[in-house]
Design a protein around this ligand. Sequence first.
Ligand code: NCD
Length: 289
Amino acid sequence: MLSKGSNFISLSDFTKEDILATLSLIQSYDDQNLKRFIPNKKKLLANLFYEPSTRTSSSFFSAATLLGHEVLSINEVKFSSVAKGETLEDTIRTLASYVHCIVLRHPEEGSAKKAAAVSDVPIVNAGDGTGEHPTQTLLDVYTIWKHWQKLDGLTITLMGDLKYGRTIHSLIEVLKKFDVNINLIGPKDLRLPKTYGSYLESTELTENLAMGTDVLYMTRVQKERGAKGNYALTKLDAENLPPSSIVMHPLPRVDELPTWFDSDPRAKYFEQMQNGLAVRKCLLDRILG
Ligand code: NCD
């Protein structure tokens, strides 16, 4: 569970009850008077990003600043000693002696764990290669839970780059803890690695699959990781999806989620992105104490 000084690397150690308790806690940071959360003691957070980011880095920045903390942003690692060949471990040891918490995004799977092993301050995993993206997962699950008021009993269809998308990998690990029906849609070359489990897999969102879907969670092709593929939400898919369903996407989107869908009441992705602030405020408040 989230506690003062704890790392946040993965949700795999969270039980179903831990997840539900965390979602209720996040809700207390959602639409609240920010002043309530201004701490007595200002802390310093490092946002260390070795990969591009808009939402994750800026929502961590906002969350920390709104909580009254300060942020050291290092997102152009080419201007740091990383460009001189410094290892991740040495960079982490250095920052850990100047700040109270490090938010890390890195292209290598397992990097957050590696960083936590040498850090004197908590490490928050903001995405480790194709591995996990647990803070994104919290906001994804929070969005579903807030809309449906439950997770058990839902049919969730994951459509996109199932092979390289870390948001998919993290999300599946949490959904597995619930009584959720998971369907997978994606190109043959971008199938889910078997380590995450076996589910009904299809290359297309058929009428039947669409009609039974409560949540359609889409992702882009992870081109920077060598992925190739073509798929998109069609007008027919939109017709087949039930009126009560929601469509989510961690963003950024490319061509798979057309802008004509944005005005559809089932489009949840902008609200999903907004929920990232409550999640990161809650997380930092808990960890920084
Ligand atoms: C995701 C990521 O970085 O994994 N973006 C995000 O944090 N919202 C999704 C992606 O890049 O496709």
